[in-house]
Design a protein around this ligand. Structure first.
Ligand code: NAP
Length: 294
C-alpha cells in the first residue's frame, strides 16, 4: 500500500512513519524539520497552500493518508486561531472530501478532564481553540462515506531531540544539568509510548476490514493513568536521574488551569488490533536503551 503520512517529521511521525515503511511505501511530509527517516521519502508540504496540497495528491496518488500534521501545541492555536483554523480544520476537511482511506489524529484534550475515565461514547467538552478544531475534524471524518478512522491520541512520550522540545527531552535535559523541574501531581493522562503508537498504526493498517460507522472513533492511550509526577519519577529511575529534582506541585499551586484528568479507556482499540501498549515502567526502560543524549 502507498501511504501519505502528513507530519512525518513530527514527534509521532518520527516513530510511526519508519515503522510503516517496513511494510508499505511511505511518502512523508514536513514543514520545517526534514529529519531523515528510514525508508520514508520526505516532501515539503505547507497545509495552508491549497494548490500545493492538491498537486501532492495528484502526483503521489496514495492509497491511504495518515493525517498527523497539525499545529499541535494548544498555546500556538490560541495565539493565532485563524492560522490554526486553516491548518488544523481546513486541511482535514480537504482530506475528508477526497475518496482516500484516512486516519486522522485527534486528542484526549477534547475532554475537559472532569469526568474520567473517558470512553468513545462520552460527549466531548473542548475548552480551547486546539481541541475545538479537533472536534470539528472528528465530525468531518465521521461524516465521510469513504473508509476512515479517528484516533484520539493520549499524551505521547518518547524521544524527540530536535525540533520543538517534547516533555521527556525537556525533563531529561533539565535534570541532567541538575536543574529542578516542577511536575503536576494532579494532572493525569493515559500516557502512550510513541513506539507503541507506531505499532498501533501498523496493525490498524493491516486490518482487512476497517470499522464501520460506530467503530470509526477510537481512543488511543496507554494502559495506565499516570500523573506527571509519577511519570517523572519512573523516568528518573529508568534513566538514572536524580528524582529529588522532580518537584511535585498541584496545578493550582503553579497557577495553571488545564484539564486535570483526561484518562482514556482504549480497550476497543486494543481488542480490534490484538495489541496492548506497554506500561510506563516498560516504556521508560525501553527509552533508556535508546537515549539519544548518552
Ligand atoms: N504528541 C502528543 O502527545 C499528542 C497528543 C494528542 C494528539 N496529538 C496529535 O497527534 C498528531 C501528531 O502530533 P505530534 O506530537 O507528532 O505533533 P508535532 O511533533 O508538533 O508534529 C506536527 C507535524 O505537523 C507539521 N506541521 C505543522 N504545521 C504545519 C503546516 N502548516 N503545514 C504542514 N505541516 C505542518 C510539522 O512540521 P515541521 O515539524 O516540519 O514544522 C510536524 O511534522 C497531531 O495532530 C497532534 O495534534 C498529539
Amino acid at each position: 500500500m502507498k501511504i501519505l503520512f502528513t507530519g512525518a517529521g513530527g514527534f509521532l511521525g518520527r516513530y510511526a512513519a519508519p515503522r510503516l515503511a517496513r511494510e508499505h511505501e511511505v511518502v512523508g511530509t514536513y514543514l520545517n524539520n526534514d529529519v531523515p527517516l528510514d525508508g520514508v521519502r520526505l516532501v515539503r508540504l505547507d497545509l495552508e497552500d491549497a494548490a500545493a496540497r492538491a498537486r501532492l495528491l495528484e502526483r503521489e496518488r496514495p492509497d491511504c493518508v495518515v493525517h498527523a500534521a497539525a499545529m499541535s501545541r494548544p498555546s500556538d492555536c490560541e495565539a493565532d486561531p485563524e492560522r490554526a483554523e486553516r491548518v488544523n480544520a481546513g486541511a482535514t476537511q480537504w482530506l475528508c472530501a477526497s475518496a482516500l482511506r484516512l486516519i486522522f489524529f485527534s486528542t484526549d484534550l477534547v475532554f475537559d478532564g472532569k469526568h474520567p475515565p473517558y470512553r468513545e461514547e462520552d460527549p466531548p467538552a473542548p475548552s480551547c481553540v486546539y481541541s475545538r478544531l479537533k472536534v470539528d475534524g472528528e465530525r468531518a471524518v465521521l461524516a465521510r462515506t469513504a473508509p476512515a478512522m479517528t484516533l484520539r491520541l493520549a499524551l505521547g512520550y518518547g524521544w524527540k531531540p530536535t525540533g520543538h522540545s517534547m516533555f521527556c527531552d525537556s525533563l531529561y535535559r533539565s535534570l541532567r544539568r541538575g536543574e529542578p523541574m516542577t511536575l503536576f501531581s494532579d494532572q493525569f493522562r493515559s500516557a502512550l509510548y510513541m513506539k507503541d503508537a507506531a505499532e498501533i498504526l501498523a496493525r490498524l493498517l493491516a486490518l482487512r476490514e476497517w470499522p464501520e460507522a460506530g467503530g470509526r472513533l477510537l481512543h488511543c492511550g496507554g494502559p495506565e493513568s499516570v500523573s506527571r509526577v509519577r511519570f517523572g519519577r519512573e523516568f528518573c529511575s529508568a534513566l538514572g536521574l536524580d528524582d529529588s529534582l522532580v518537584e511535585a506541585k498541584t496545578m493550582a499551586e503553579a497557577g495553571v488551569r488545564a484539564a486535570p484528568d483526561c484518562t482514556l479507556k482504549s480497550e476497543r482499540l486494543y481488542s480490534l488490533i490484538g495489541f496492548r501498549p506497554r506500561t510506563i515502567e516498560a516504556g521508560v526502560a525501553d527509552m533508556a536503551l535508546e537515549n539519544p543524549y548518552k
